[in-house]
Design a binder for this molecule. Structure first.
Ligand SMILES: NC(=O)c1ccc[n+]([C@@H]2O[C@H](COP(=O)([O-])OP(=O)(O)OC[C@H]3O[C@@H](n4cnc5c(N)ncnc54)[C@H](O)[C@@H]3O)[C@@H](O)[C@H]2O)c1
Length: 341
């Protein structure tokens, strides 16, 4: 997956790493389950201001301490923290953990902008601690296969990439619509996955130009501080000459729950990941040759918790700072440019 940089880490190699879970709402509990299922780590402590959420999470880990804050979690002597709080908190919380010598698995986005994302990566490098972000779609079987096919050179020069993520509902929690807590709308929430998929698949080529158009409620977003975008279009030019198009949205009247795809077109063929029947979870991946297609992967595929489990396994193996984390800043820089910053 990512490049493994093994170093001796005696304090985590003697016993299973002790993990603190910060924010155990919907995704926090889902990823907690995946992490604990690896059997490689121990749930040491849980912190969430919502007693209901904390109690739900505690059912998965009855021996974990229930604490109130990140500081309490860090004082519980954890080796790693899993952060799944509202997005605007991620960077600051990650840095606080890393500065205490604690590894971090953070929900996306790592920061609200590239400055924040870079500050987290710098803190991880300084502390020499494992940092990863839940860019979960990389771990679909389909994207793994597509990346292999593209990296093998079979598709020739990839000159076009089409990325789509329309969520016909949009988030059901109020904080997502408050820029101070979310950092932005559908680009921050969904566009981050798409930009990551393109750069990760194509091995992080330089980005030459980016333009974005943002809408809220069917009108140009402009510089309204009280709104976040719910529809976005972007074009991203890569230094390889590749043209990337991106569209993402919340609450688009698209006739189904979701439209999700990442299509790569090369001089020798194409390949695409597409969701099936509007599903948020089921994907097919296909390789295209002219007008014919070959299946690369089909559902079912339990991909949602794999990034989290991968981090837990690498932490338990004693992995310290992984330079692959530097690339998280590249993705944040593209998002900044989509926002016109
Ligand atoms: N990787 C993915 O594919 C993916 C999917 C869904 C959500 N996410 C991300 O996960 C994060 C959480 O999303 P969600 O839908 O689970 O939201 P949520 O509102 O269900 O969960 C957030 C939790 O954080 C808690 N919280 C708030 N402030 C806190 C603090 N200071 N300390 C500890 N806990 C705090 C809340 O009480 C809540 O339980 C978001 O950043 C979102 O972008 C990622």
């Amino acid at each position: 997956m990512t490049q493994v940089l093994l170093e001796k880490a005696p304090e985590v190699s003697l016993a299973r790493p002790r993990i603190g879970f910060l924010g155990v709402g919907w995704i926090g509990r889902h990823r907690m389950e995946a992490i604990l299922k690896t059997g490689m780590v121990e749930a040491a402590a849980i912190a969430d201001p919502s007693p209901e959420m904390a109690a739900e999470a505690a059912r998965m880990a009855p021996d974990a301490q229930l604490v109130s804050t990140l500081d309490d979690l860090l004082d519980a002597g954890v080796d790693g923290v899993v952060i799944a709080t509202p997005s605007a908190m991620h960077a600051e919380q990650s840095i606080r953990a890393l500065e205490r010598g604690v590894a971090v698995f953070c929900q996306k986005p790592l920061g609200r902008d590239a400055v924040e994302a870079k500050a987290v990566v710098d803190a991880a490098r300084r502390a020499n601690r494992l940092l990863d972000v839940d860019l979960s779609y990389r771990f679909t079987e389909g994207m793994q296969r597509i990346r292999e096919v593209i990296r093998s050179g079979e598709l020739g020069h990839i000159y076009a990439v089409d990325l789509v993520f329309h969520n016909a509902y949009g988030p059901d929690k109020a904080w997502f619509y408050d820029r101070a807590l979310s950092g932005g709308g559908c680009v921050m929430d969904l566009g981050v996955h798409l930009v990551d998929l393109a750069l990760w698949t194509l091995n992080y080529p330089g980005v030459s130009d980016v333009s974005g158009r943002l809408f809220a409620g069917g009108e140009p977003l402009g510089s309204r501080p009280d709104k976040v975008e719910d529809y976005a279009l972007a074009t991203i030019g890569l230094e390889t000459g590749t043209a990337v198009q991106l569209a993402c949205s919340w609450r688009l009247q698209a006739g189904c729950d979701a439209m999700i795809s990442a299509a790569f077109y090369g001089t020798e063929g194409g390949a695409a990941l597409r969701n099936v029947n509007g599903s948020f979870y089921d994907f097919v991946a296909e390789r295209y040759r002219g007008t014919s297609r070959e299946t690369l992967s089909n559902p079912p595929d339990e991909w949602g918790g794999r990034a989290a489990a991968d981090w837990a396994v690498r932490l338990a193996a004693g992995q310290r700072f992984d330079p692959a984390a530097e690339r998280l800043v590249d993705v944040a820089q593209v998002l900044d440019r989509i926002y016109g910053r």
